[in-house]
Write a new protein. Structure first.
Length: 665
């Protein structure tokens, strides 16, 4: 397959006008006539539509299955994720033990730089587990090395890529090979203990420099927890938080691709962006992230909005991210005790959460509040803090920090009631018509159109208010509305990088055996997972995700996937074609001549190649490909002069995945 930069530029320049047309229009991507725009979706198109909107993309055979089952039956099943087994995903997630840990357990197992500094100063004890102690010893040694270089006014080396003379590097590679051979000589259940018996310097050399195939032999026989320990020792001088962060990002990709509970995962992604927190806020934000996503976002993704709102407000991840845990009432007991002057005491009040909970989480920027309301709501939330966050401690309400007295807010008086003041404020916000409209608008923007129909948003908002903010009921109202099924809203949403990558793996039935490589790809496309610093979260509209650079990145990914150059993951076009021919919805007889794409015969003639292309377009994009895109693909296939049938199918698949049509859902 040709995968040169010249080809990418040629394809991008040919396909970009179509892509920009998609991004700028709310209508179907073809030049539909007025009559066609009112033509109802067929049952097969309805199945395609519901899968594109409420999953990370249909898998081979799913459109046919949902067509037979009925989209409404499928949707109701997805609204109750606990009834859907997720066995395969659960097995894959067993490789990430940190994701099931409590914040305090993560803090005790994966030290950040501050924790290492406290251990060195004797303010914190080493862990009792001897294996974990061995990992801490390595982290301390690397931390000391990093600090020494800082003191010498030298920048610390990049993680896992220490700057060393070539000779020294070769010596360490040889030493790592010898040490690995020794460790592999032990029984599998004794290898980690054998590593911990090595001097600290040799542990560092081994974990940093072990090469293939020894590295895979060692890691494959470790337990998941032992693998975490190894990764922590192989990391840089900042401690072990990178291990937890990598597990979170890889698990998110695996969930998007493999989960049977697709609606829950789509909603989890939606709500995480709505209640965004930033992974790198500080050293201890990562302690709380797995619990925040697991027990707050995912657990409440299909429940009552007020419960989700309260759960986010109380969680240390949000309290830290928007700084409310540091907020002190100007007239509180805590402020009075250390008050050097009124001006400094006022600076103890932090308004970040008080502002964002109204602007971004509930009533929206047009919700009718004033700056005085922001200040007084911040006072209401004083005392909502974290107990020893450096140790992964829980949420606490500290009465000493709480601003005493009644507060004027949103035109009414909030009586002094400590912690309950904040709860009452959140419940009031959750019940407001402005909130109902704002949440309904964002849901419709995610699932219907970048500029959703006002009549649909109003209908959803009424359901929100009448159902006490029941998210399931709001979604039901949306999918049972004519606007959702309008042809003008069919294939009119541009995929985010996460959606695009996940949908490519799902559409091609490719096993994501190396999710870390996909995390890197998604970050390169502009969506590093859990790393959106502003509280807005990642956008979901086309204008943010479709330009010439984005299209080149997506084409590059598509070609790397189809050419088996993506982290060792195996793409199998013949398997895809065979599976699709058995499970895809029926195609017209003119394009269903399967003998023309036999993989045991010479390359098909021109008409056979056209038929193969038509079949692959049907499998991957339900045949909704413009004549311009098809012409560009045919032109590129002719220029590649591919002779091998399998390679021809690989090239076809890559070009279809990189096409503007596949960027849409």
């Amino acid at each position: 397959m040709l995968h040169t930069s010249a080809l990418l530029r040629t394809l991008a320049s040919a396909l970009l006008p179509c892509s920009l047309l998609f991004a700028q229009s709310t209508s179907h991507h073809r030049s539909t006539t007025k009559t066609e725009s009112f033509r109802p979706l067929s049952n097969q198109e309805k199945a395609q539509h519901i899968l594109e909107r409420f999953t990370f993309g249909p898998r081979p055979g799913e459109v046919a299955a949902v067509t037979k089952q009925g989209w409404d039956a499928w949707f109701e099943q997805q609204l109750n994720p606990d009834t859907i087994p997720d066995t395969e995903l659960d097995k894959r997630l067993d490789a990430y033990p940190a994701l099931k840990m409590s914040p305090s357990e993560i803090a005790a197992s994966f030290p950040d730089a501050q924790a290492l500094r406290q251990i060195e100063m004797g303010k914190r004890a080493m862990p009792q587990d001897p294996v974990l102690t061995g990992a801490f010893e390595v982290a301390l040694a690397k931390y000391d090395e990093q600090q020494a270089k800082k003191n010498d006014n030298q920048a610390p080396p990049p993680i896992d890529l220490p700057q060393q003379p070539q000779q020294k590097k070769q010596e360490q590679l040889a030493s790592a090979q010898m040490l690995a051979s020794q460790v592999l000589g032990y029984p599998k259940n004794m290898r980690m203990q054998a590593i911990m018996k090595l001097p600290v310097e040799q542990r560092i050399v081994l974990c940093r420099n072990i090469a293939e195939p020894q590295r895979s032999l060692l890691l494959n026989d470790f337990t998941p927890r032992e693998r975490e320990i190894f990764y922590m020792m192989a990391g840089g001088g900042g401690g072990g938080l990178g291990v937890v962060q990598n597990e979170m990002m890889q698990a998110k990709v695996l969930r998007a691709i493999l989960s049977e509970r697709q609606l829950q995962e789509v909603m989890t992604d939606f709500w995480f962006n709505h209640f965004n927190v930033f992974m790198h806020k500080n050293g201890f934000e990562t302690y709380y992230l797995p619990d925040y996503e697991r027990n707050v976002i995912r657990a409440h993704a299909l429940g009552k909005f007020k419960d989700l709102l309260l759960a986010t407000a109380e969680h240390p991840a949000m309290l830290d991210y928007l700084d409310n845990w540091t907020s002190i009432g100007p007239d509180s007991a805590a402020a009075e005790k250390s008050r050097p002057g009124k001006k400094q005491a006022d600076r103890g009040l932090n308004e970040n959460y008080g502002r964002e909970v109204m602007e971004l989480h509930t009533v929206s920027v047009n919700g009718g509040y004033t700056q005085t309301d922001v200040t007084n709501l911040a006072k209401i939330f004083t005392g909502w803090t974290i107990d020893h966050p450096q140790l992964g401690g829980p949420f606490v309400f500290d009465e000493r920090r709480h601003e005493p007295g009644p507060k004027k807010w949103f035109g009414h008086t909030v009586k002094e009631d400590g912690f309950n003041e904040g709860v009452q404020a959140l419940m009031w916000l959750a019940a407001q018509p402005q909130t109902a409209h704002f949440i309904s608008y964002k849901l419709a923007q995610r699932f219907v159109a970048d500029d959703p129909p006002p009549t649909l948003v109003d209908r959803m908002a009424r359901t929100f208010l009448s159902s006490d903010g029941d998210i399931r009921e709001v979604l039901r109202t949306m999918v049972h509305s004519p606007e959702f099924w309008s042809r003008t809203n069919y294939r009119n949403k541009v995929k985010t990088p996460l959606e695009f990558v996940a949908s490519a793996f799902r559409a091609t039935d490719t096993n994501p055996t190396n999710p870390g490589a996909l995390v890197t790809v998604i970050a390169r496309m502009g969506e590093p997972l859990y790393q959106m610093q502003p509280p807005t979260g990642y956008p979901m509209t086309a204008d943010h995700w479709m330009n010439s650079a984005d299209l080149v990145d997506r084409l590059n990914f598509s070609m790397a996937l189809a050419d088996n150059r993506l982290g060792g993951m195996k793409f199998d076009a013949p398997h895809l074609l065979a599976e699709g021919m058995l499970t895809a919805p029926a195609i017209s007889s003119e394009s269903a001549h399967t003998e023309s794409v036999s993989l045991t015969t010479p390359p098909p003639p021109a008409n056979g190649q056209d038929e193969a292309l038509s079949l692959m377009e049907q499998l991957l994009v339900a045949g909704d490909v413009s004549s311009k895109t098809t012409a560009v693909i045919k032109q590129q296939l002719a220029q590649t002069q591919v002779k091998d049938p399998t390679q021809l199918l690989d090239t076809m698949t890559a070009l279809i995945l990189g096409s503007p049509e596949f960027q849409m859902r």
